[in-house]
Design a protein around this ligand. Structure first.
Ligand code: PEP
Ligand code: MN
Length: 340
């Protein structure tokens, strides 16, 4: 349920209403917007009397929210969520570019790639230390050592790091990571999502291979229900009948999520297509479509990469794409009109 307050509501009246609502066993999320203050009520609201609340002097409108996701719902929080990470931010009109190797292979490798992508304008370094691989015989990542190499690369470049967690037991190792990624295969690992809701680092949730928007938003809701509102959604392609590309990039996710949620939306054209030559056109399409950012895999020697070489750009190719992306983003901003 959402309660939209009149502009004239003063602090005392607001506090009185909030504590009354809390006494009815619902939790209250307050969003102070430019025009209105909105109270988002989560929990069992079935026993609340809408007519009674609507009749209060400071209340302009009361609506039931049909969608099962509440905290993630744009109706609860009309303005875009902006997530601060180090000295950069995700959402709210900026273009975040997370770039780096699929997997961290050595200190030299990740530091060299981090330097290159930073020089090209990347705003975050992304690399995997724990890798979910389809085959148990494939390289599984360097694990904790890989996290240490990422931190060295962060020290060298100043780029915040984003890296994937695979299970709850790894959480203590992620204390010093900037953004924790939940991979597509873990999107409905509810215990992991709950644990991530009880810590305060931003969490980027990749869409499951066959997850609907609602299922994906419910995963975000798991994290947010625990108190962590710093959630980012990443579309990385879904399973369809098409086999030419690794997955099918669902660009409709951008405007649909814009409408349904206030959370930032990142597009991953690398995993969506599996082919390096498709990264440029799909990354451009994502920026034109209003994405808040991109994940782009970059490797200094794609032919010998231990993971996802065929979809990785060389640093010089990334540089060319990044220039175009920033130029396009600047142009799109001049057009305005972010339809919600
Ligand atoms: C990754 O980001 O490296 C990855 C494994 O992605 P996904 O979970 O989208 O398959
Ligand atoms: Mn990868």
């Amino acid at each position: 349920m959402i309660v939209v307050l009149k502009q004239k509501a003063n602090r005392e009246q607001l506090d009185g209403l909030i504590s009354w609502l809390k006494s009815k066993n619902v939790s209250v999320h307050t969003t102070v917007g430019e025009a209105h203050t909105i109270l988002g009520l989560v929990g069992d609201t079935s026993k609340l009397d809408i007519d009674l609340i609507s009749a209060l002097d400071i209340v302009e409108d009361v609506k039931r929210v049909q969608e099962p996701y509440k905290n993630a719902n744009r109706k609860f929080h009309p303005e875009d969520t902006v997530i601060r990470v180090g000295n950069t931010s995700i959402g709210g009109g900026s273009l975040t570019i997370m770039a780096g190797p699929c997997s961290v292979e050595s200190e030299e490798q990740v530091v060299a790639i981090a330097r290159a992508v930073k020089a090209s304008g990347a705003t975050m370094l992304r690399g995997g230390a724990f890798k979910p691989r389809t085959s148990p015989y494939s390289f599984q990542g360097l694990g904790a050592a890989g996290l240490e190499f990422l931190k060295i690369a962060r020290e060298e470049t100043g780029l915040p790091i984003v890296t994937e967690i695979m299970e709850i037991g790894q959480l203590p190792l992620f204390d010093d990571v900037d953004v924790i990624q939940v991979g597509a295969r873990n999107m409905q690992n509810f215990d992991l999502l709950k644990a991530l809701g009880h810590q305060d680092k931003p969490v980027m949730i990749k869409r499951g291979l066959s997850a609907t928007y609602e299922e994906w938003l419910m995963s975000a809701e798991y994290v947010m229900a625990g108190g962590n509102e710093n959630v980012i959604l990443c579309e990385r392609g879904i399973r369809t009948f098409e086999t030419y590309t690794r997955n099918t990039l669902d660009l409709a996710a951008i405007p649909v999520l814009r409408r349904l949620t206030h959370l930032p939306v990142i597009i991953d054209p690398s995993h969506a297509t599996g082919k390096s030559w498709l990264v440029d056109p799909l990354a451009m399409s994502a920026v034109a479509g209003g994405a808040d950012g991109l994940i782009i895999e970059v490797h200094n020697d794609p032919a010998h990469a231990l993971c996802d070489g065929p979809q990785s750009l060389r640093p010089e190719d990334f540089d060319a794409v990044a220039k175009k992306l920033f130029a396009l983003h600047g142009f799109c901003r001049t057009l305005g009109g972010d339809e919600k």
